[in-house]
Design a protein around this ligand. Sequence first.
Ligand code: COA
Length: 172
Amino acid sequence: MKPEITLKEVNYENYDELIDLRVKVDQRNFVASNIYSLAEAYAVISSKGYALPFGIYLGDKPVGFLMIGYCPDLEYAKGICNEGEEIPYFLPGSYEVWRFMIDKRYQHRGYGSEALKLALEFIKTKPLGEAEYCCLSYEPENEVARKLYRSFGFEEKELPKGWDEVPAVLKL
Ligand SMILES: CC(C)(COP(=O)(O)OP(=O)(O)OC[C@H]1O[C@@H](n2cnc3c(N)ncnc32)[C@H](O)[C@@H]1OP(=O)(O)O)[C@@H](O)C(=O)NCCC(=O)NCCS
């Protein structure tokens, strides 16, 4: 039977329990902490940008965190890329799975796959505006993430100049 996973918006009721979630020590390099991601989401939203943070829940139990971004056009892409970073062709006009983690206590039980499936279904409704692609990136040594994204149809791309994470792209 499929796990009953849902995505819930982050609000005053649940932000605290999401901050408590942790990856394994040897995975800390793969994803920012949830407290950092929520601070970043606040900063992006208050600068009129796009960030949609969600808790990943098994029933009422928080098991992970996921954040979706949106880059409508080249102007916005210039604002989110650091100096010296190439703007790849797929970034303007894309959604991003920007952060994605399952707490160390709940990994390898199918929750991550189910959450990613829900996130992609949501992205395909184009909730923030039109887009051609969904993209994301991962550390080159993150084999679990690479395999998972590939199973959803993400195609790995060459490392753009100035990037240190491998991008992968799904045509919407
Ligand atoms: C990547 C991550 C979100 C996957 O979540 P998860 O709930 O553990 O994944 P699932 O249980 O749904 O498994 C997805 C696939 O990965 C495989 N997998 C999961 N954990 C694994 C492990 N420790 N070793 C080997 N394979 C593993 C599963 O077997 C499954 O593959 P299958 O469909 O071929 O069986 C989770 O491992 C994680 O939080 N990692 C640390 C943070 C991170 O890397 N985030 C992504 C940043 S880009």
